[in-house]
Design a protein around this ligand. Structure first.
Ligand SMILES: [Cu+2]
Length: 534
């Protein structure tokens, strides 16, 4: 394990260092070491080093990209996570039950893969509730270690957030409850134990949480779950020889595990039978480290209708949408009868240098999901021209209240400390945050308990895909991003929310901090510390 302050590429990049010298052999006639001989030996050594470096670099170059475009036989019907709308209790609350447990799944030929998850041991049901409802989720931990469940993108009190300060010990049940008060959106849930998030998510702990508008939202958007409104939870995995998830391989780029096999909703090589003219795909990048740049195999445009925090102001026609870990996008794809189309991830624009990009998935092309249209498709209405109110909590007037510099596995030169609150935000006050990566490695930024409005990217107005509500945003190197953020409801000076890089290896290495929401004019308190957070 690499220490937080060290560049893991240095430790991992062994192929670029020369092989060890062979053991010295005894010589019958020992030769005098002259300066010339030493120089010659040195030159030979240097040449050998250069040759080894070149060979190592060539090996790295040729082995560190993946291209599966057109090579996948899509033979498995896409699994659709079961829809869970919970039950009503006596007070009208919507109650869900989740059980975190180990399981196993037959993901590919050969042995079943040991998994973790909430849906009989892998991934989790899609929870669904409407704005205005009060929900309760009973999360029982039947794993062999402490975990947590964080509601990514949800506005809720910090004590319900499911970060590292709400551990669920083995055998215990945690029952957070909150009133949903935010626009319709595609959110998700996943563990967040301090230092162990990457492992828990990689083993399969993740599910979707759909928030609905009680009015039904704008008419015309496809909305039949699993039919023309389909969750697409994208994860990349490596498998070892026994079909186990391999958490340790391909760590060489310094972003954590990058897999060579893409799973959608836990299905390898998946296809979905399309039965309507338009299909809405709720894309969730639930991968530990990989950034995808989704498009369609024939290059046709699609309509981007939603991002992290809800619907965009209007559909945006595009042929690419890039999602870093934790980000979501809702797209609507239009198809003709009997055609086949592949959702493909093209090389993402990471904004990193040549080598870093190469080693962190920046040159990878991955086929994700085949869409198979039936010979007859049910007609779909045209998309509405207006979808939602644009975010309007801030303006790009040059003011910056807080700055977050991402570099060296730290944020603002600090490693995550459970006992340290980095800052307090006054309830009801809009702040402007500036996020900038000054690092070679790719990073993104996620804040808990809220959503934000992107004000500017590199000083310019945000592109269309960043004009809706966001809670996670990719931070290209040396491109300052300004966002307006507000924490509405409840002050709790002692219970922190997290802000962090959502590349889970980075988060687990400590690229995370804590903030609290206070009453205006009050100071942050002190977090109560629990045991069992690793
Ligand atoms: Cu990062």
């Amino acid at each position: 394990m690499t220490k937080p302050h060290e560049d893991p590429r240095a430790a991992d990049a062994q192929p670029t260092t020369p092989p060890p010298a062979p053991p010295p052999t005894a010589s019958a006639t020992p030769r005098r070491l002259t300066r010339r001989r030493l120089l010659k030996a040195g030159l030979i050594g240097t040449s050998a080093t250069i040759a080894a470096c070149a060979a190592g670099a060539a090996w790295l170059w040729t082995t560190s990209d993946i291209d599966t475009a057109g090579t996948i036989r899509f033979v498995n019907r896409l699994a659709v996570p079961p829809l869970d709308t919970g039950r009503r209790d006596g007070s009208g609350r919507r109650v869900f039950d989740l059980r975190a447990a180990v399981g196993s799944r037959r993901l590919r030929p050969g042995r079943p893969t040991p998994t973790w998850g909430f849906d009989n041991g892998h991934l989790g049901p899609t929870l669904r509730a409407a704005r205005g409802e009060t929900v309760v989720v009973n999360v029982r931990n039947e794993l062999t270690e402490t975990t947590t469940v964080h509601w990514h993108g949800m506005h809720l009190p910090a004590s319900m957030d499911g970060g590292p300060h709400q551990p669920i010990r083995v055998g215990a049940t945690w029952s957070p409850s909150w009133r949903i008060d935010q626009p319709a959106a595609t959110l998700w849930y996943h563990p967040h134990p301090h230092g162990r998030t990457g492992q828990h998510v990689y083993r399969g702990m993740a599910g979707m949480f759909i928030v609905d508008d009680p009015s039904g939202g704008p008419p015309g958007l496809p909305g039949r779950y699993g039919v023309d409104d389909v969750p697409v939870i994208v994860q990349d995995k490596n498998f070892d020889g026994d079909n186990r998830f391999d958490e340790a391989s391909r760590l060489i780029g310094g972003v954590g595990v990058l897999g060579d096999t893409v799973l959608v909703n836990g299905t390898i090589a998946p296809y979905h039978d399309v039965t309507a003219e338009r299909t809405r795909l709720r894309l969730l990048n639930a991968s530990n480290a990989r950034t995808y740049r989704f498009g369609l195999s024939d290059g046709r445009p699609f309509a981007l209708v939603g991002t992290d925090g809800g619907l965009l102001p209007a559909p945006h026609t595009t042929d690419r949408i890039q999602l870093s870990p934790g980000e979501r996008a809702e797209i609507v794809v239009t198809m003709r009868p009997s055609e086949r189309l592949v959702l493909r991830s093209h090389p993402p624009e990471l904004g990193a240098d040549f080598w870093t990009s190469r080693l962190t998935g920046g040159d990878d092309t991955l086929d994700v999901l085949e869409l198979r249209a039936a010979p007859r498709l049910t007609p779909s209405p045209a998309l509405p021209g207006v979808l939602a109110e644009p975010p309007r909590i801030g303006s790009a007037d040059g003011r910056v209240d807080r700055r977050f510099e991402l570099a060296n596995f730290m944020i603002n030169d600090r490693v995550m400390d459970m006992s340290r609150i980095d800052f307090g935000v006054a309830r009801g006050v809009t702040e402007v945050w500036e996020i900038v990566s000054t690092d070679l490695l790719p990073h993104n930024f996620h804040a808990h308990g809220t959503r934000f409005q992107v004000l500017s990217v590199g000083g310019a107005a945000p592109p269309p895909e960043l004009r809706g509500w966001k809670d996670t945003i990719y931070a290209p190197r040396q491109v300052p991003i300004r966002v307006a953020v507000r924490f509405g409801d409840q002050a709790d000076p002692n219970t922190p929310y997290m802000f962090h890089c959502h590349l889970l290896y980075h988060e687990d290495q400590g690229m995370m901090g804590q903030f609290v929401v206070t009453e205006p004019g009050r100071s942050p308190g002190r977090p109560a510390l629990h045991d069992g957070h690793g």
